[in-house]
Design a protein around this ligand. Structure first.
Ligand code: FPP
Length: 235
């Protein structure tokens, strides 16, 4: 099996999964969070080098106060626990997104986790929190414009990799495979630049039920794709 170097996942369906069981949405998020821990182990075992997950979008603040507060509580616990998971899996964790919107204690936990795990190389795990691809591009282009205005960058020198270097994902290779769980077939403002050549895999399985067998199925489907990048297929 040809295992993708980088898998990105839109974690979707926690709420519907819980509702189908007659449980509150928050229960779905707790189970979704637990599944994230397991999937990291599975990724490492399968030899995937980069995993990026969409956990909280710039739009998710619009959910009910109760749900947002529940998610913040979950992030607090998870970020703390993730230090142990990073140690176990030799996993470097990076948060992408605009973290300035989070409470100071959450920002502090992010700094601690990133600092603790920065030298691990077995699995590179990116968690998108308060992330929106357009927002990422706006923030990056503002920094790029400032560098140009202050003479550190000449406009004629701007190339694709210059732009990449201003994104939150600077230094991280583009995803080879994007998975979205729970039936929706859209990108929802996730990694718009980075997914330019990525294969997409959509499944009806909700995130809390997306286990290793489902992951293997996604990778097998990816294996049967003909990745050409617009070039001519080799005979
Ligand atoms: C989508 O399900 C999920 C979210 C918006 C939150 C994702 C959060 C987790 C998987 C848990 C915690 C993650 C971390 C990093 C600790 P949904 O609520 O949109 O489900 P629905 O579409 O069925 O309503």
């Amino acid at each position: 099996m040809n295992v993708p170097n980088h898998i990105a996942i839109i974690l979707d369906g926690n709420g519907r999964w819980a509702k189908a069981k007659g449980m509150p949405r928050s229960y779905g998020h707790v189970k979704g969070c637990a599944n994230l821990e397991t999937i990291c182990d599975d990724m490492k075992e399968l030899g995937v080098k980069y995993l990026t997950v969409y956990a909280f979008s710039t739009e998710n603040w619009k959910r009910s106060r109760e749900e947002v507060e529940g998610l913040m509580k979950l992030f607090r616990n998870y970020l703390k626990k993730c230090i142990k998971i990073a140690e176990k899996n030799k996993m470097k964790v990076k948060i992408i997104g605009d973290i300035s919107a989070f409470d100071a204690d959450i920002r502090q936990k992010i700094v601690e986790l990133e600092e603790f795990s920065k030298d691990y190389t077995e699995l590179h795990f990116q968690i998108a929190l308060n992330y929106g691809s357009r927002d990422e591009i706006v923030r990056g282009m503002r920094r790029m414009a400032l560098d140009a205005a202050e003479g550190r960058l000449r406009p004629e020198e701007i190339e694709e990799n210059t732009i990449e270097n201003y994104l939150d994902t600077a230094g991280i290779p583009d995803p080879d495979l994007l998975i979205r769980t729970s039936g929706e077939q859209r990108l929802s403002n996730f990694l718009l630049w980075q997914l330019a050549y990525t294969e997409f895999y959509f499944t009806d399985v909700p995130w809390p039920d997306f286990h290793k067998e489902e992951l293997v199925k996604a990778i097998e489907t990816y294996n049967h794709r003909d990745r050409r990048y617009g070039g001519v297929k080799e005979e």
